[in-house]
Design a protein around this ligand. Structure first.
Ligand SMILES: [Fe+2]
Length: 386
């Protein structure tokens, strides 16, 4: 009789303990749903909310099954309440933590570059706003200081000429290679990647993009600046284009890194997320008349990349006599260099170094090139062409 009472008391206590743990594990289940669903949403970022939601529900069911079995083990006395009721939490929380870590590397929400770019844009907007305000104020003051109609006419005439010259400068100079500070190609500083590392998936994987941009290309930019210091190049009064055009006068280090930096800055802009369309307008007409058709152009460009022995680049360039030409250059050489056999203004560049594709495509360079066509930013190519 006493033993039965003790057993009933023990079972009652055990049920009370299970109930107590269940209350907490249910709260944790919601946390697991969030820990797994939220980062999955930002990592996958396709199929809307459906895919992460399905995964989160699957994990929730797994969590519930673990808990049900755990409860049975506790009731049968095979394990204690803490281990039985919390085992699923101990297993699933690290999975959630791993997904958050992965999301921190890939997603827009945790992407430091995104915040850096946003901060930079805001700072530039404020700087431009202040500059415009001070110019307006200065002009107003100048105008107010004018006492006579003649001097007012003179002021209008002078500022009108200055405005005209500024307009011509802004329109014409970039075409001659004197790019504005917004033209990232001619800058000595590595510009933020125009998209996330995983934005070019499935054609180029996030890991390749991250290593390519943050290691290989960043090193070219750093070494270029080191070479400029060593060879006393004043980067404030010298454009990268000009250095490339006289590259034979510089060291091999300058040649490799000036080319490497320029080529990669162009390469990032030659691609964009989403499925590429075909070129249009004047560019499409020029491609058709130069190569016969868009497909013939693609075949010829693909062959230039495929057949480049070792490391190098495939190019579509606009030659000095305004013709479209396809070719390739070894290493980090490019068509702007005076040492290059292929010469002209680069419109489209394709990196065929193994570091651009090896993680996903291994030795299958043709597969990489065939998939890369899905990423070509024809709007950018058309801007270069125009
Ligand atoms: Fe590269």
């Amino acid at each position: 009789m006493m033993a039965r009472d003790n057993t009933e008391k023990y079972q009652s206590l055990q049920l009370h303990e299970i109930e107590w743990h269940r209350k907490f594990t249910l709260s944790v289940a919601c946390l697991v749903l969030f820990l797994i669903g939220a980062p999955l949403g930002s990592i996958i970022r396709k199929g809307g909310l459906g895919t992460p939601l399905v995964f989160a529900i699957i994990f929730f069911v797994i969590f519930h099954l673990f808990n049900t079995f755990g409860e049975k083990f506790v009731k049968s006395g095979q394990t204690n309440a803490i281990l039985g009721m919390w085992l699923s939490t101990f297993i699933l929380i690290p999975i959630g933590a791993f997904l958050i870590f992965k999301a921190m590397r890939d997603s827009q929400l945790f992407n430091q570059e995104f915040y850096y770019r946003t901060f930079k844009r805001v700072r530039e907007f404020i700087a431009n706003f202040r500059e415009n305000q001070s110019i307006t104020l200065e002009r107003t003051n100048q105008f107010n200081r004018m006492k006579t109609p003649n001097s007012r006419r003179s002021f209008i005439k002078t500022t009108g000429k200055a405005g005209l010259m500024a307009g011509i400068g802004l329109t014409v100079l970039p075409k001659f290679g004197f790019a504005s500070s917004n033209n990232s190609i001619t800058n000595f500083v590595q510009q933020p990647l125009p998209y996330n590392y995983n934005a070019l998936e499935p054609f180029i994987d996030a890991m390749t993009m991250e290593i390519h941009y943050s290691k290989h290309a960043a090193t070219y930019a750093k070494n270029l600046n080191d070479a400029c210091v060593a060879e006393k190049v004043d980067i404030n009064n010298q454009s990268l284009d000009n250095i490339l055009r006289k590259i034979s006068a510089y060291s091999p280090k300058m040649r490799n890194n000036a080319g490497g930096h320029y080529n990669h800055e162009l390469f990032w802009q030659c691609m964009k997320p989403g499925t590429a369309t075909k070129p249009s307008g004047k560019l499409a007409a020029a491609i058709d008349s130069s190569f016969g058709s868009f497909d013939a152009f693609k075949t010829q460009f693909t062959d230039a990349g495929k057949n480049r022995f070792g490391s190098g680049w495939a190019w579509l360039v606009l030659s000095a006599d305004n013709k479209l030409v396809i070719g390739s250059t070894p290493n980090q050489d490019n068509p702007l260099m005076d040492t290059s056999e292929l010469k002209g203004k680069p419109l489209l560049g394709l990196d065929v170094w193994e570091h651009a594709y090896y993680l996903k495509y291994q030795n299958k360079r043709p597969d990489y090139i065939n998939n890369w066509w899905n990423l070509v930013n024809w709007d950018f190519v058309a801007t270069q062409f125009n």
